[in-house]
Design a protein around this ligand. Structure first.
Ligand SMILES: [Zn+2]
Ligand SMILES: [Zn+2]
Length: 342
């Protein structure tokens, strides 16, 4: 098969071709796995973090890609439900141990043996991949392959971040940073909590106007004071300034959920602006979102098909993966980037 492989950590500003097109043998599924003929694979910011070493793969070479849509091409001996031809998806959670206290307690995303698709094992920037049957998802018919791919990561993690806020209908909630993930989160909140007022913090005027068009109650700059304090805020930015600025807008007992796999170092000194009495006192909480569970992915796909959330996508061929990644790095974004593999 053809695959785009990552051979080592590299700096995308200096190396615009981090992945190399390679011919390699098709993978063979284990007993509990399926072989998937990949048809679409989303391109995610986390791939930039893998390539540049902020969340490096443990072994090289590796095939990236964790928003995979394809058809079952072959099945292992103990596969029960899936048959060749079935359309399925694979998300960031490739597997977990199934036995530890986290797995048994509903937190398989925190399992010490959590394995991430496209980082710890080969992912979907290829013609074929294998995955455990138990960690695959049927894809609602309403979505094309390209439309479904980006839902598997940004959407599912965004959904988890909403769950972690503990939001109840009628409360208010802030979203800081209004990129692809913010748009999805806004739609999830409007669907699940129709009585919630949504406050959007964004640097660009265009994003602030767009937020109001999508149904936000208020929008302003990331440093603005909100007219009323908020029960919770979800931060999807890569920087620290928004963390400090969000904390001042929380109610007593309010919670800030940070939905970012890594924060960048560029503005870390902004944390020195933290003032205990206005930013943290009164039982304010900070919580991060780590990975996703299979439940998050399944529940989100169901919600997305009902709303429905149909992502805007920009398609690339497999051999154009480096173009998609460098454009993502330079924030040239017109919809979610998806590799289409024929
Ligand atoms: Zn476990
Ligand atoms: Zn992702």
């Amino acid at each position: 098969m053809r695959a785009m492989i990552l051979k080592s950590v590299t700096d995308l500003d200096l190396n615009q071709e981090p992945l190399v097109m390679t011919k390699m043998p098709d993978p063979i599924p284990d007993e509990d796995e399926v072989l998937i003929k990949v048809t679409a694979c989303g391109v995610c910011h986390t791939e930039l973090d893998e390539i540049e070493g902020r969340t490096p793969p443990p072994r090289f070479p590796v095939i990236p890609g964790h928003q995979v849509i394809g058809k079952v091409a072959a099945i292992g001996k103990s596969v029960k439900e899936l048959k060749p031809g079935d359309r399925i998806g694979v998300a960031w959670i490739f597997s977990s141990c199934g036995k530890c206290s986290f797995c048994l307690g509903g937190y398989e995303n925190l399992c010490p043996e959590f394995r991430a698709t496209g980082r710890d094992v080969n992912g979907g920037y290829a013609e074929y991949m294998t995955a455990p049957e138990a960690f695959t998802y049927r894809i609602p018919e309403i979505f094309t392959d390209s439309q479904a791919a980006p839902l598997l990561c940004a959407g599912a993690v965004g959904y988890r971040s909403v769950k972690l806020t503990g939001l109840q209908d009628g409360q208010n909630i802030g979203l800081t940073g209004f990129g692809a993930s913010g748009h999805l989160v806004l739609q999830i909140i409007k669907f699940k909590y129709p009585g919630a007022e949504i406050f959007v913090f964004a640097r660009s005027e265009t994003e602030r106007i767009f937020a109001l068009e999508l149904g936000a109650y208020w929008s302003g700059d990331t440093t603005d004071n909100v007219p009323e304090q908020l029960d919770s805020i979800i931060d999807t930015t890569p920087v620290w300034k928004t963390v400090v600025e969000a904390l001042k807008n929380l109610k007593p007992g309010g919670r800030l959920v940070i939905n970012a796999i890594r924060k960048e170092e560029i503005d870390k000194e902004y944390l020195m602006n933290i003032d205990y009495s206005s930013h943290l006192w009164m039982e304010k909480e900070i919580k991060s979102v780590a990975n996703v569970t299979r439940g998050d992915v399944k529940e989100f796909l169901d919600i997305a098909s009902k709303i429905p959330i149909i992502p805007e996508v920009q398609e690339y061929r497999l051999e154009e993966a480096n173009v998609a990644l460098t454009e993502l790095k330079k924030r040239k974004i017109r919809g979610a980037k998806v590799l289409v593999i024929r």
